[in-house]
Design a protein around this ligand. Sequence first.
Ligand SMILES: [Fe+2]
Length: 179
Amino acid sequence: MDKKYYLPELPYKLNALEPFMSEEQLTLHYKKHHQKYIDNANLKFDTFNVGGVILHNLFWGNLMPPLEKENKPDGVLAQALIDDFESFEKFKEEFSKAAESLQGSGWVALFYEKTANRLLIGQIKNHNFDIYPNATIIMVLDVWEHAYYVDYKNDRAKYIAAFWKALSWTEVNTRYQQL
Ligand SMILES: [Fe+2]
């Protein structure tokens, strides 16, 4: 290991997330913003850029080409979401609310919290994700303006609504089961 960060390969083509995310938006976000966090994290190990690298890695990994039909989780994760949020719809509503209400730049994440063996939704300011000491992120949504401005201008709610079609529940389920 050379102790460096690298831009991860995307598991899909740059135009594969359309219409959720255009090729132009994804290219800018991935090749410019994500790359810049990587370059800076490799220069000096300040938490800001390291957080930016890790969160973007998680984000690209939990996206997929958007589905036409309804996109729902299954298996153990589906049951865990019902146990901790009453229903899948309620979870979606709470997660969307957290994403819409985040002030300024940041992320919204689904965490698995070990102490109580439960799933939690949390907001992450900027890239500073040290909010639950005993928790692991299993799903993230980037709500920095750089994530959606090309496609949605200032309409963050529209971007969040489109995100649910392009969320890879398979990946989130895998992360959940690997804990
Ligand atoms: Fe981003």
